[in-house]
Design a protein around this ligand. Structure first.
Ligand code: KIV
Length: 273
């Protein structure tokens, strides 16, 4: 920072306060230094190093094969770039399901090696609540994740909107209250109808951060590649692309290829004389 200015990084208390002040939490995923630096400078409140890197960075169909080592590697790049945003590391499949000690060891790696402030884990079952309590007791802030939980893709029978039936909706509201009671500082609501997201948001005091959950959440999160129009192929209905960077990049690489081929690049300006 120039001119001796210091930028205060946001804490979990700041994130909770955003809801208390009836403002919206802005969140975005990032997976590397350059992107995180831009997101942070643009004023985003929270950066999630999501296990969605399995699909958008690694090109897989699901997030299931993402490892702890990969998550820590990407988290470290992101935290190196971040000055203000609160960084959350996403616990990958099987890094917390087995037992409290395994969850604690892996969550600790996000803070110690990755430099994150908090971790996120999916689900609201009794086992998830037990893990969340164990992490919070050890001083690790936790963000919850309810609704469409991608690590359960096979159990859900595909990426399907959750909570459409009344009994499923009631269960999600009950899980959200249980997550809050366990001490999460916020929770992702993914792939649920807007009415249910509104019910959950009213039922808890911590911010709900929606993705495919409509406008009644306390904040929104998008995947970096989706927001910038970098995703090629299927884009879900809930995404709004604020740029068309895939087109811009294709055109730039095309122009470069043409200029190298016809000998116009490098020109005199790019040459040491
Ligand atoms: O992995 C991820 O990026 C996520 C967000 C989509 C919420 O979990």
């Amino acid at each position: 920072m120039g001119s001796g200015m210091t930028v205060k990084s946001l804490t979990i208390r700041d994130i909770i306060a955003i809801k208390a002040e009836a403002k919206k939490v802005t969140a975005l995923t990032a997976y590397d230094y350059t992107s995180a630096r831009m997101a942070d400078a643009a004023g985003i409140d929270l950066i999630l190093v999501g296990d969605s890197l399995g699909t958008v960075v690694q090109g897989r169909d699901t997030t299931l094969a993402v490892t702890m080592d990969q998550m820590v590697y990407h988290t470290e790049m992101v935290t190196r770039a971040t000055r203000r945003a609160l960084v959350v590391g996403d616990m990958p499949f099987l890094s917390y399901q087995e037992s409290n000690p395994v969850a604690l060891k892996n969550a600790g790696r996000f803070l110690v090696e990755g430099g994150a402030t908090a971790v996120k884990l999916e689900g609201g079952t009794a086992a998830s609540l037990e893990r969340i309590s164990a992490l919070i007791e050890a001083g690790i802030p936790v963000m919850g994740h309810l609704g469409l939980t991608p690590q359960s893709v096979h159990a859900m029978g595909g990426y399907r909107i959750q909570g459409k039936r009344a009994k499923d909706a009631d269960r999600i509201v009950a899980e959200a209250k249980a997550l809050e009671a366990a001490g999460v500082f916020s929770m992702i609501l993914e792939g649920i109808p807007e009415g249910l997201a509104g019910r959950v948001s009213e039922a808890v005091n911590v911010p709900t951060i929606g993705i495919g959950a409509g406008p009644r959440c306390d904040g929104q999160i998008l995947v970096w590649h989706d927001l910038l129009g970098l995703t090629q192929g299927h884009v879900p209905k809930f995404v709004k692309a604020y740029a068309s960077l895939a087109d811009t990049i294709r055109a730039a690489v095309h122009d470069y290829t043409k200029e190298v081929t016809d000998g116009t690049f490098p020109g005199p300006d790019q040459t040491y004389h």
